[in-house]
Design a protein around this ligand. Sequence first.
Ligand code: 13P
Length: 365
Amino acid sequence: MDTECETDHTLTVGSGVPMSAYTATDAPNAAALAETAQAMTAPGSGILAADESNATMNSRLAKVGLDGTPEVRMAYRQTLLETPDLGDYISGVILFDETIRQTATTGTSFIQLVKDARIIPGIKVDTGAKPLSNSHHEKVTEGLDGLADRLKEYADMGARFAKWRAVINIGDGLPSAKALHVNAHALARYAALCQAAGIVPIVEPEVLMTGDHGIERAEEVTTAALRAVFDELAKQDVLFEGMVLKPNMVVPGDTAPDQASVEQVAGATLRVLYRTVPAAVAGIAFLSGGQSDDAATDHLQAMNAGRTHPWSLTFSYGRALIASALETWRGDAANAAAAQAVLHERAKANAAASAGRYKKESVPA
Ligand code: 13P
């Protein structure tokens, strides 16, 4: 038999294997994954990233004079999640491993607290960005070992989506092609494992805004990062309809002499997304990345105002949603209602921006 000839005429897809092998649409949970991903990114709502690692949370608590103990971290997150009507504006909450295992002082588990608020529970599953060998100050995110088992455990607990964050630095000669590749590869491995476990992956390649680079460089690097990520996702047959992309907005470096207007940021960000993100992706939920609360809302509004896109464009903010609530709370139960009012205001404003109907004056203080 002339096998060479047969091989020559075999159609290939995605990872280059014959069409009879696995393709993204074979995902056993395809319809449920797509439904969850759409619910997470429905216009008029967005995601609350309350999944700071203990080290990150402790440094934020220290800034308001609090000790980072499990009890303080729990009290803070309980305060956030008990915000009245949070589910009107928040579709999903990302929890950290410690939190998903905790029980609130009311005796309700955190996961139940989230569900009671009509919010989809999610979980951060990467184990952090670690130094990348053979490179200058670059990082690769770890956490793939044992991930299939951990995902099963989280799914049994009730988590319906997960998050994995890769970090890409802009600097002199950075990022390297190597850093883009290994981070994209790990993101795709994670996403594939999530979908096999019936969990929607949030795929987060964050190009950091640290530095003095201009918006043009941020656009170039974000384009390269997203190209690398979608190339790997396709090679690993990830179902685009059953995932959520969590990118940075395209902004100049935080110490750049020339800062950009709201229109410039919205324009550059949309240009990158249209050039790199397949229309089949269920939704895009931005990180805030160190932008001010107002800038994060204004940029989202500018991208959605009067336009429709192939995907919904919403938020998955950490700092831009909850930093001011933490400032208000400061560990004092007497401040809980005021802190919740601050979070409510930010959530409401960003939910409106995700539907292109945010007007500054329409949000009560
Ligand atoms: P920020 O919005 O504070 O960037 O956090 C979002 C997030 O989840 C980072 O992984």
